[in-house]
Design a protein around this ligand. Structure first.
Ligand SMILES: [Zn+2]
Length: 282
């Protein structure tokens, strides 16, 4: 049985501040160790439930956060620059026939409140992302894309708002573990590690055992995938990407033959939006 695990950092047990999330942050080493530990507790449950191949995709920022030397020995690690990963948070999800997907340490969508660092893919650039008119965060978007490949998302861990969001998109059957209750963008009541770690393992066991009952999140196709940018110059750059069509000063429509292709175009569009022009072009 093959399982795909996407790991972000904002929804990890004990991580509450940007200090723990970025490579130049004072507490980054603690953040990445906590991230590796939450991933390991999920992997342990997947192994107990019969997973034979587990691919862990480091899905945060530089995508080189997880410590391979401390990672569960049953897992393979996809590590490396997002610039080299056309599908970023879902890179290689189409490589093996995956039987289930698990999201560890995820965060709430842009504009959510009572959430640790809510955003959608890139807070500096994306004001809102919509599929068929409904605002989506990374949980709904990624689960929808995986479902289009036939892969059910069976478990999500993060703060309480993220877990509510997961249930709103994926149904009540989804296994969730709330590891903290956010008070604001940079503060949360963190549950004890001694409580969340065994819960994550137990939830992963149940999630994989019951994967047949989990509802796949499948928005009606073709997807109308729209992105609102924060700044107009970001939209200027994004709209020049193949597959992106400008709808307004801040909005593009992202097209493609299917959701997997749209997801690749989406990341290409966001990369264009985020890249700063050379000085002579600026
Ligand atoms: Zn992240």
């Amino acid at each position: 049985m093959n399982v795909y695990v996407s790991v972000d950092i904002e929804g990890i047990t004990g991580v509450v501040h940007g200090d723990m999330m970025t490579a130049d942050g004072r507490e980054y080493d603690r953040g990445r160790r906590l991230m590796t530990a939450d991933a390991n507790t999920a992997i342990e449950g997947l192994v107990q439930a019969g997973a034979t191949y587990i691919l862990v995709n480091d899905s945060h920022g530089p995508m080189r956060n997880l410590l391979v030397e401390e990672l569960h020995p049953a897992a393979h690690l996809l590590s490396g620059s997002g610039d080299a990963k056309p599908y970023c948070q879902l890179e290689a999800a189409d490589d093996a026939p995956f039987d289930a997907a698990v999201f560890v340490g995820y965060h709430a969508m842009a504009k959510a409140s009572r959430a640790i660092h809510p955003h959608t893919i890139a807070g500096a650039a994306v004001a809102e992302l919509r599929i068929n008119g409904r605002p989506h965060g990374e949980t709904g978007l990624n689960a929808g894309v995986l479902a289009s490949l036939g892969i059910p998302t069976v478990m999500v861990t993060g703060d309480g708002t993220t877990c509510d969001e997961a249930r709103a998109f994926l149904g009540e059957e989804i296994e969730t573990v709330t590891v903290k209750d956010a008070r604001g963008r940079n503060a949360a009541i963190c549950r004890p590690l001694a409580a969340t770690r065994p819960e994550i393992t137990a939830a992963a066991v149940r999630a994989l055992a019951n994967r047949g009952q989990t509802r796949r999140y499948e928005p009606e196709r073709p997807w109308r995938l729209e992105v609102d940018f924060v700044r107009m110059e970001q939209c200027d750059r994004a709209a020049r990407t193949g597959g992106a069509e400008r709808l307004g000063p801040l909005t593009v429509l992202v097209s493609g033959d299917n959701p997997w292709e749209q997801y690749r175009v989406l990341w290409a569009t966001l990369r264009s939006a985020l890249y700063e022009p050379a000085a002579w072009l600026a």
